[in-house]
Design a protein around this ligand. Sequence first.
Ligand code: CS2
Length: 432
Amino acid sequence: VTHDVADTTTHPRLCTATLRVADTPPYERGGPAAIVHLGVGAFARAHLGGYADTLLRGGHDALIRGVSLRSPAAQRQLGPQDGLYTVTECEPSGDGAPRVHGAIASVGTGSAAAAEAIAAPSTTMVTLTVTEKGYAVDEAPAVLAAGLAARDRSVLPPVIASLDNLADNGVLLRRRVLDVAGRIDTALARWIEHEVRFPCSVVDRMVPATTTADLDLVAARLGRRDDAAVIAEHHSSWTLERVPGLLPLHAAGVELVDDIGPHQRRKLWLLNLPHSALAYAGLLAGCDTIAQAAEHPDVEPFVAALVEDVLEVCDVPDARAFAGDTLRRFRNPTLGHTCVQVGADGSQKLPQRLLPVVEARRERGLDVGRGALVAALWSAAVNEVPLAGRTLPMVQDPTTTLVDASPEFDARVASARRDLERRGLAALVAAS
Ligand code: CS2
């Protein structure tokens, strides 16, 4: 490790000028971007960036202009690298070599840069990863409205796709954009309403935040320093509602469907919900990572029982096989996905992944005790309440209340929390 760290500082920075011939993406990176992406974090690089790279390798027009609305981090990381970065797949069978991706042709920061990119006639698709909490504020919808307002209306408008983990993400985004646009100009709102498509999508790839150790490892393997490097599991999927005007995404393995509902439920209920449960229960059990939590003798049975709760009410194709595969993915010890990262922003995530399951179980008269324990663990974490003497590590969250929970469920959560305060981990074991 010491050797790798020393090496990092001596390696030249990854960029067009230092790129090895063998690592050079086999496509032209100089043309106008077809895709504008808002929120160029690790997930977008490992997910969208991979699909676009595949399309470009197939001769399709899929360069990305990435814009971060606020944080200058992406520009700092990718700008000096001419948008080049690597993705390293981490799997128990061995890590892959860092693979250079060239789909991000340029990066910018701020609302004006984003609106300008959306307005460009070459832009045929706009994608977003602004996290769950990005839909509660006007920023991204306002940027979209401003960009659309500046479009030449004789050219087809871009398709706009949210890639965030929310049910009916396209419906929600469309509503938010129409709200904002209506306040600017009713004719604009009408045009968006009739002409712009907002397909819903379901994306799936576990991408932990990159650590300094990851950067050192990538540098040692690549012989170049890559400040924009991302680590990801091998699995990657993207399901999108079929709408007219889409790039040939199916050529890169994107699944186009007419009914997104079952795909959303399967992902949010059988992956994201157990993920959150592992994060909070793992923190209680003293685990750092999701993989440790997934193997912990007191946590694993609880989460397995929670998954059975979901399977009882989740009527989607291949649910059990999907759940089993998901649990296997959680156990990937090389990914280093932390409980603190997955546990962040629970106030925004749990209404998407937990509450609909609770609702579905209540409708069928089934018990919601395990769901209440998950919400109670989250609440104890964000309120720093000790559970049997153990205060959970701090998780980031914009708020400590769960909106949209019913009063009945709130009461169950309060009682689950009293149980956890008294018994700690034993409360989970008793509920397993
Ligand atoms: C995770 C997701 O952080 C979280 O909330 O549940 O980011 C998860 O890793 C992805 O949705 C996997 O596709």
